[in-house]
Design a protein around this ligand. Structure first.
Ligand code: SAM
Length: 232
């Protein structure tokens, strides 16, 4: 919904569509999966441990109105802002460590785009649920679980609740016991589940990062082609 370091919006089409009426994103961030296509119409449960990110979602889900969003001022290049909602629009991992940020042309543009996105999409999230807490606090309902934690190793270090704070073996055990189906995103350092290559992502300066996926379903609802694609 908003610009966010590690957001999946650009590659969300590579992940399997949901087979269940409920989607749980236990590492919510900007929740790109739940907003993709018509996924938003389902029952959506988000968990987010960083209370600043949770506050953005609580505002969008509970309080924000389209009029209020349209009245939010634009950002001027060179001005300073201490609003976390502005700071995340820098979409850099350093954003989580800034208390104040100087507005760059990129940030000003991202904010302008996001305000439009908020106004046009606000109605989609009004029935969603957001819980501030650890991923383990998610209710184990039968659902499509889109699990996108801070990636193991260096690329997951940026967040306030970073890869350093996660026990990945515990996370793997927890993921295996979810009811329904699990779509699990990771990067090249992931070794704690039988991950398979998904795609290579070209980043800045031609740097390639590898996206991997683990898919698991304990339901008859999975599609045969998904079984083929994600057989482990
Ligand atoms: C890779 S981002 C998720 C990106 C999201 N899929 C998107 O499209 O924007 C991971 C998120 O997990 C959150 N997080 C980190 N540790 C957590 C934990 N133990 N429980 C819940 N959320 C956590 C981080 O604050 C961050 O927002």
């Amino acid at each position: 919904m908003f610009y966010y370091y590690g957001r999946k919006k650009q590659i969300i089409k590579y992940y399997p569509p949901p087979n269940f009426d409920t989607i749980v994103e236990p590492f919510a961030g900007a929740a790109a999966y739940s907003l993709n296509g018509n996924n938003w119409k389902k029952k959506v449960i988000l968990l987010e441990k960083d209370e600043k990110v949770y506050d953005i979602w609580r505002w969008l889900i509970k309080d924000a109105t389209v009029d209020e969003i349209k009245r939010l001022p634009d950002l001027t290049v060179g001005e300073k802002s201490s609003e976390f909602l502005h700071i995340v629009h820098a979409a850099t991992k350093m954003a989580f460590h800034f208390k104040t940020i100087k507005v760059t042309p990129v940030l000003a543009r991202n904010w302008e785009i996001s305000k439009r996105v908020f106004a046009e999409n606000l109605f989609k999230v009004k029935h969603w649920e957001i819980i501030c807490g650890d991923y383990k606090e998610s209710p184990n309902v039968e659902a499509t679980w889109f699990i996108d934690p801070p990636y193991k190793g260096a690329s997951g270090l940026g967040y306030r609740f970073s890869s350093k704070l996660l026990n990945y073996d515990e996370l793997a055990d927890w993921a295996r016991t979810r009811e329904g189906e699990v779509i699990f995103c990771e990067g090249e350092e992931a070794d704690y589940l039988p991950f398979r290559p998904l795609l290579n992502l070209k980043g800045v300066a031609g740097k390639v990062s590898k996206e991997v996926i683990y898919y698991h379903s304990n339901s008859e609802r999975r599609q045969p082609e998904q079984l083929e694609l994600f057989r482990v």
